[in-house]
Design a binder for this molecule. Sequence first.
Ligand SMILES: [Fe+2]
Ligand SMILES: [Fe+2]
Length: 414
Amino acid sequence: MKKKINIDALEVGMYMEADVREATKGKAATPDSAKNVLLLGSGVLITSETQIRRLKEAGLNDVTIDTSKGKDSDAGVAVQQPVAVPQERRKKSLPGGRKVEYKEELKKARATKEVVKNQLKEALGDIAIGGSMDRKKLDAGAKLITTSVLNNVDAMVGLTRLKEHDPYTANHCINVTIITLAVALADGIDEETAQILATATLLHDIGKTKVPLEVLNKPGRFEPHELNEMRKHTTYGRDVLYDMPGVTEEMMLIATQHHEMLNGKGYPNNLMGDEIHRFGQMTAIADVYDALTSARVYKPAMPPHFALGRIYQNKNIEFNGDLVDLFVKTLGLYPVGSLVQLDTNEVGVVAEPNPDNFRQPKVGCFITRYKKFRQFPYLVDLANDPQENRKIVKVLNPSKYKIDVDKMIKMCTG
Ligand SMILES: [Fe+2]
Ligand SMILES: [Fe+2]
């Protein structure tokens, strides 16, 4: 009989089923150059404690033993023989509202974001020097993003954790567009309106093209007069758009209202509650979230889980309560990139969300339960962990760990 047991129950005399490999470590090693070293071959009788120690050090949690060929164990459960599934049933069902599988869309979404970012940088640069906007290009970019979000919202939303500081904050504008779109779709807008909203949100900070570059690109904190100038980007936005052909009402609203707050403490017009258009309210949440999770010279990036908490605390104060709920539902309790500790003391990065259960994302672990650091993370699917049923117990601050979160995510998602 084949049995799956915890590594702690493995003893000399047991017969292990699968082969076990560990990626080589070393300064020059990269995910591509990593070679696998065979720790134990397939179908091996455990003959020494050293073999068991090496397996534990490799971060292995469970092993399968064959009790017909070696010693039995009181621990563990019998492994069910796989039952043949008809071809048509093999295709994994996708979570609600997702048309394409996460990993599949992620690859396309990365390329899409890059293309749209370069187009937007160019368009905003042209406007800054008094040129006109290439409306066709903008619409095409908005369409690419909308299509990707409609295919699999989690893939594009996951990419918003990639930050980059460019002169007219094109990357920020795309991140805000993705999150606003995701919230709006959860709010029930149709695909046609989504496209209009995406085009408008891409331009939400268009007024920054009229802010003097020495203020816009100041690395440190703003002096009061500089802050005042910076805040004028909302009215500058309205002025820039006013003169442009083909401008929609949504563009004007979002450019002007995305810094207004529900309690009237926003700018430029101290609008309150419903005086702010629902699209303006959505953009305000997305804008603050992207700003909080971005690093600046004078402040480190706030980890996504904590930024989410900050926005939640301001539910019905600064932000529309219903929209905050949709926003949290969209990003999940532990957004991609969150550093988490499991109840086994393993530490990892949330690499893939689970829209069916926010508490059970896929986590790329790089610290094992034996406190051993792994250069190459191993993926733990919390929704599919029947042996251990591991849980997230704590969210950690990545600044205390010398890891490249984005690299970890890429290693886990391919
Ligand atoms: Fe803004
Ligand atoms: Fe913004």
